[in-house]
Design a protein around this ligand. Structure first.
Ligand SMILES: *Cc1c(COP(=O)(O)O)cnc(C)c1O
Length: 224
């Protein structure tokens, strides 16, 4: 976590900028998940003070520590959006409300044990990059069914665009939205600071925004 303070007024100002980008792209009602990874508890407090109700975190230990020390004016919904290890589920279960990166049955089984009925999104690999997480698109319907049988509340799908120019994300976003519709799900979590316009044009219901709200992240110790 960063030692530097987050400027709440600046976050509010940047949020207005993000909202106008969303509106210009035709997505004025798209939910914004404020990605606070790399920043301290004050980023959570600033986001909530600015009017956001959803926080995204990537790293288990950082997530738990931050949410236990932050004192936002309202309790936000906490979305876990990072690579998830099975042995972290138990610790996270007390703070996470929405699990966006479920991509294999063993995670579902652990979650059903530690947080019965938990709200989840299935992460789908839409970039074709093997190193990235997410189930293959063709295997997504089956995983959605399996998680449902475990009693989990599968509300949608999540995807991460390739690290390239925004337009390169369009085919993957379109694929993800098609799967969401095919499966009759409500939520389509796609779009980040750089590619939110493309995501909204392709039917995102939830964008995950870090740098456009908080600025560049401080380097993470140990990389990543
Ligand atoms: C870090 C991260 C984000 C936010 O990325 P920005 O470019 O800072 O907006 C969104 N989604 C996931 C899965 C992330 O890891």
């Amino acid at each position: 976590m960063s030692g530097e303070g987050v400027d709440a007024a600046l976050v509010a100002e940047r949020l207005a900028g993000v909202r106008s980008r969303l509106e210009a792209a035709g997505g004025g009602d798209v939910r914004i998940v404020a990605v606070t990874k790399g920043f301290g508890p004050d980023a959570v407090e600033a986001a909530v003070a600015a009017g956001l109700d959803d926080i995204g975190e990537n790293y288990a230990q950082e997530c738990v520590a931050k949410l236990e020390t932050a004192h936002p004016i309202r309790r936000p919904r906490v979305h876990f959006i990072g690579r998830l290890q099975r042995n972290k589920v138990r610790r996270l279960a007390g703070v996470v409300d929405v699990w966006q990166t479920i991509d294999r049955p063993e995670l579902g089984r652990e979650l059903a044990r530690r947080a019965p009925g938990a709200r989840v999104l299935v992460e789908v690999n839409i970039s074709g990059e093997a190193a990235k997480g997410g189930v293959e698109p063709a295997a997504a319907p089956r995983l959605v069914g399996e998680l449902g049988e475990l009693g989990l509340d599968v509300v949608g799908l999540m995807g991460i665009g390739p690290l390239a120019e925004p337009e390169a994300a369009r085919p993957g976003f379109r694929l993800l939205r098609g799967l969401v519709d095919e499966l009759g799900l409500a939520e389509c979590s796609m779009g980040m600071s750089a590619d939110l316009e493309v995501a909204v044009q392709e039917g995102s219901t939830m964008v995950r925004i870090g740098r456009a709200l908080f600025g560049e992240r401080p380097p993470r110790p140990g990389g990543g």
